[in-house]
Ligand binder design. Structure first.
Ligand code: PBG
Length: 334
């Protein structure tokens, strides 16, 4: 019998899956070292690497070891690192003044990395939580997280980071109006080439738990972040936020967390076509590591599969704690 063209058996999708060669030839997306931003935690001291217990394989590093990590990242071809501070407890205050101190631990790390590895792009975190006595991203007045006063502080923080040599400012605070205020301040202070990667669609998520341990903000946090971070039930709002941030001068936008919000990544890329990033956050990392350490999953395969999912969803890059590990694997394959 003559097969009908246009349907089985003429159409067999398995033909292109039959060998590694054909699978590679018909592969739609690829993961490259160029897609990686490596978040690194910095703390005081010298030669200190202090493990974060809820994030196996991740440590808080003293500045000299952050420099070593940046050198390692550069050798692996990772284009960018993102620096997050663990601030000493006595420098966490209600007025958050340490946040815009030119010599705070994050700014010292930025300077040290820029001096040692000038080709490395350095991204920062702009939010008050690592410096705030109450663990919030904004100032708290009478139990309210106040917007406009916080934006003024975030601008000071941004300028201190840009002065230290940051290439990409990463506002993770979710206050309204911050991107426009930062962009204006950067333009007016001779930092017109500093990029802003806005945490545009950042959800009030329980997936940040291990990170809050890492920066020491979790145990301090009074209440929750639901008055500024997004409701996980919303998607249209994410598009409006991304549009707003791009209009206010963001060069790149982020969706956070990552894997549970891939629908938002895809919509963001399709709608705006802007450079779009996802943050595979601490809880996502911790879940994969915990299951792998128990022998329940193949950690390496799931790491690669999860990162490919971001590419498939339209992301140009991913912030991931797996960055050096995946870069090593990609290098060995090349
Ligand atoms: C703080 C900030 C958070 C993360 C990045 N910047 C935590 C939060 O908003 O509470 C989370 C990163 C992660 O979980 O890996 N503004």
């Amino acid at each position: 019998m003559r097969p009908t063209i246009g349907q089985y058996p003429a159409t067999r999708f398995r033909r292109l899956r039959k060998s590694d060669a054909l699978r590679r030839l018909s592969q739609e997306n690829a993961l490259s070292v160029n897609d990686l931003i490596w978040p690194i935690f910095v703390r005081e001291g010298e030669n200190i690497s202090e493990p974060v217990s809820s994030m196996p394989g991740v440590s808080r590093l003293s500045v000299n070891l952050v420099v070593k990590a940046a050198e390692e990242a550069a050798e692996l071809g990772i284009p960018a690192i993102c620096i997050f501070p663990y601030t000493d407890p006595d420098k966490r205050t209600e007025d958050c003044a340490e946040a815009w101190n030119p010599d705070n631990i994050a700014n010292r790390a930025i300077r040290a990395v820029k001096a040692a590895v000038p080709e490395m792009a350095i991204m920062t975190d702009v939010a008050l939580d690592p410096y705030n006595a109450n663990g919030h991203d904004g100032f708290v007045q009478d139990g309210i997280i106040v917007n406009d006063e916080t934006v003024e502080a975030l601008v000071k923080m941004t300028l201190a980071q840009a002065d230290a040599g940051a290439d990409i400012i990463g506002p993770s605070d979710m206050m309204d109006g911050r991107i426009g205020a930062m962009r204006l301040a950067l333009e007016m202070s001779g930092h017109k080439d500093v990029a802003i990667l806005s945490y545009a669609a950042k959800y009030a998520s329980a997936f940040y738990g291990p990170f809050r341990d890492a920066v020491g903000a979790g145990s301090r946090l009074v209440g929750d972040k639901k008055t500024y971070q997004m409701n996980p039930a919303n998607a249209d709002e994410a598009m409006r936020l991304i549009e707003r941030d791009l209009t206010e001068g963001a060069d790149m936008v982020m969706v956070k967390p990552g894997l549970p919000y891939l629908d938002i990544c895809r919509r963001a890329k399709d709608t705006f076509g802007a450079p779009t990033y996802a943050y595979q956050v601490s809880g996502e990392y911790a879940m994969i590591m915990a299951a792998a350490e128990n022998g329940w999953i193949d950690g390496e395969k799931i790491m690669l599969e999860s990162l490919m999912a971001f590419r498939r969803a339209g992301c140009d890059g991913v912030l991931t704690y797996f960055a050096p590990r995946v870069a090593r694997i990609l290098q060995d394959k090349a």
